[in-house]
Design a protein around this ligand. Sequence first.
Ligand SMILES: Cc1ncc(COP(=O)(O)O)c(C=O)c1O
Length: 455
Amino acid sequence: MSLHSHHPNRHETIVESAFNTAFGAIPRHTLSRGSQNADAAQRFVQDELMLDGNARQNLATFVTTWMEPQASALIQASLEKNIIDKDEYPQSAEIERRCVNILANLWHAPEPTGEADAVGCSTTGSSEGAMLAGMALKWRWRARREAAGLDTSKPNLVMGANVQVCWEKFARYWDVEARLIPLDGATHLTAEQAAAACDENTIGVVAVLGSTFDGSYEPVRDIAAALDKLAAATGLDVPMHVDAASGGFVAPFLDQDLLWDFRLERVKSINASGHKYGLVYPGVGWVLWRSAEDLPKDLIFNVDYLGGSMPTFALNFSRPAAQVIAQYYTLVRYGFEGYQSIQQRSRDIAGTIAAGVGAMGPFTLLSRGDELPVLAFRLSEPGTWSVYDLSHELRSFGWIVPAYPMPEGMADVDVLRVVVRNGFTVDLAGMFLEDLGKSVRRLSGQEPERVAFHH
Ligand SMILES: Cc1ncc(COP(=O)(O)O)c(C=O)c1O
């Protein structure tokens, strides 16, 4: 939920329908007394939403903005299903279980013994996955310390300053020191930095597969190796979590030789966003643990009042099943090869845009879209305009391209970031590069400010 500030005139302002005379004006911020006709109310809300942005030109978000109509039909047909109610909707629960097992297999989790399933669950997104995985790390660290009769009052979590805000949230909400390592020579955490920052109070190290800031992969294998060395030298045995919010659905298809997942013994849990490169509309993420012993039992609640007895580990209770069902649809629909070709296409298009940006002149690329299909670029030289001016200028063509400073350690570098997602085409990439060139020329005074309107 975004927090909205209190509106000063909330009792006075009214909203009315621009197009619909059957719709009576209503107060903006208080509940109206009477009812509206259903069609009129729907039309009114729909008209309000016309003012939202245009997803096709939104190069800011990682989140899926297009699914096949068949997926939309499945979502529509399962809107009333509540994923928590596994007794009423056992088949939705079964579908969630299949997804967890498919991901465990893609991420090379060790085979569970006997009939057991892989250990994991769906979430609302990667942030919830981060909270659950972070809690498991904290609980395990505390249990180890308590068993040894040691102090448990100062847990810390080691991560690069480039982590997504969900990790700072986790640390603040669950009273853990966020040990954010400033960038030093790389755009993300390095193995040496990670190992050097750990101490006896470190509950874990978070490595990001696909940094939000520039799409680069953190060196998960090297970080694991540095922590192995640390363990051999000092006895400090620090577990890792991989935040694969985006990379969890890219690397298994495009970078099969890259060691980032449960093939590394030190990786105890992984999260990913189904609603990013998992190709599902917003509202679904995944978190998996290496084995049952990595998820403390006392974090799991058994819910029996909906009928049956169901283990749950989640922050919210009720949650739509529709997105989980849509995730299963994409897994069934695309299979390995389908995902591979979609992600490769996005990566190719990101590479084309990176080449175009690089050739344009004033920019230096921080990433070229060859890990996540994401590129970030800066101005090579400070000049009369900034990346913020350029972001603003691109808006006049409809493109949403965020500009922001890099995290601590590189905070004097301001970048623009382009995220290429399923649905972005070579044609759109060409249009974007053309408009980027025009924007640069306008800002540099080489192109008329505004073109007059022709009748
Ligand atoms: C690396 C990383 N982790 C976590 C998140 C949070 O993901 P979600 O929006 O699914 O909660 C993001 C979102 O961009 C991300 O890029």
